[in-house]
Design a protein around this ligand. Structure first.
Ligand code: ADP
Length: 313
């Protein structure tokens, strides 16, 4: 395809007898944010480790703009920025000096390094803390500085490995704000997480990985359509619904399932419009509804649907 930025093809890697990554393929298009999601141990870090050239693949290939990426030195790696899970900062060096050090590693010096430093500090909103040492930063601020460091050499693709692990909700929002700004600037991102709501918020495309294998590779909307139910309807009745009603409701058009507990009636809907049919049926039976609510089913349920397990224990 014309605008494929990163091409990951049939990537595999084992640690001893354990196959950590098993024939993984996916693409990242220019300007796209790809969410790589899976439970702990799924193979996400190993996959991104191979993409950034830190780990050697047993088999398969990776290409950026058509140029192969290998675990040895290669110029094309310069087009990638990597934010690892483990923070890579000098705690006792002011934030700005940390960034200048990263710039120097990429051969960026003098006025150009200072200009980049200002740009990335603005982007992660740490400008007012540029002279402070990371030792005095919160976990979330350190992570933002780490993102800034990975952006110093102006890479085409930024890869973040679980950037919100161990940060408080406020910092998490600040990290998201930074990533949304990057997205707005047309950057390409790969974001690994075991939180579907994070990936859903940010990603244009989702790759689900489990036991080293790709289970799904599509847009959030396409994944949502694969859920057996699109919405859930909960009705509180004045009296418990008899079993005959539950059976009849479960057979109504657009209804995936119906169940009851006490006076509460739960109906899973294949499409939101089916709710009216359910209400009409209850009205025809003379039922008295005290309260009702609807909710869209969560994309997180897709993992349960694909594997029979939930994404997190
Ligand atoms: P994730 O990032 O999705 O949590 P990882 O890529 O870290 O998953 O791990 C995938 C699998 O490979 C896991 O079973 C993990 O225990 C194993 N693994 C990862 N790194 C190593 C290593 N250095 N040595 C041995 N096994 C490893």
């Amino acid at each position: 395809m014309a605008n494929v930025l990163l091409q990951v093809s049939h990537l595999s890697k084992s640690y001893g007898a354990r196959r950590a990554v098993d024939d993984v393929s996916f693409n990242v298009h220019a300007g796209q944010t790809v969410g790589l999601i899976g439970p702990n141990g799924a193979g996400k870090s190993t996959t991104v480790g191979m993409i950034v050239g830190l780990l050697r693949a047993d088999a398969g290939g990776i290409a950026l703009n058509g140029e192969a990426i290998t675990s040895g030195p290669c110029a094309v790696k310069r087009q990638i920025g990597f934010v690892p899970q483990d923070l890579a900062l000098y705690e006792d060096l002011p934030a700005r000096d940390n960034l200048l050090l990263f710039a120097a590693l990429y051969g960026i010096k003098g006025g150009e390094a200072k200009r980049r430093c200002d740009e990335v500090l603005d982007l992660v909103q740490l400008h007012d803390r540029a002279g402070d040492k990371p030792a005095a930063f919160s976990g979330g601020m350190k992570r933002r500085l780490n993102i800034a460091a990975a952006l110093m050499h102006d890479p085409a693709l930024l890869i973040l490995d679980e950037p919100t692990v161990g940060v408080d909700p406020q910092s998490r929002n600040a990290i998201f704000a930074t990533l949304e700004r990057l997205k707005g600037m047309g950057r390409s991102l790969i974001y690994t997480s075991h939180y579907m709501e994070e990936v859903e918020r940010l990603a244009d495309h989702i790759v689900i990985i489990d036991h080293g294998k790709v289970l799904a590779d599509e847009s959030p909307a396409a994944l949502h359509r694969r859920l057996p139910a699109q919405a859930a309807l909960r009705i509180e009745l004045a009296q418990a619904a008899p079993a005959t009603w539950i059976d009849a409701i479960a057979r109504l058009p657009g209804v995936s399932a119906a169940s009851t507990e006490g006076t509460q009636l739960d109906v899973l809907l294949g499409d939101g419009g089916a709710a009216l049919g359910v209400m009409g049926y209850l009205q025809a039976q003379g039922a008295e509804a005290l309260h009702f609510s609807t909710a869209r089913t969560k994309l997180e349920d897709i993992f349960l649907n694909l594997t029979g397990r939930s994404l997190r224990d």
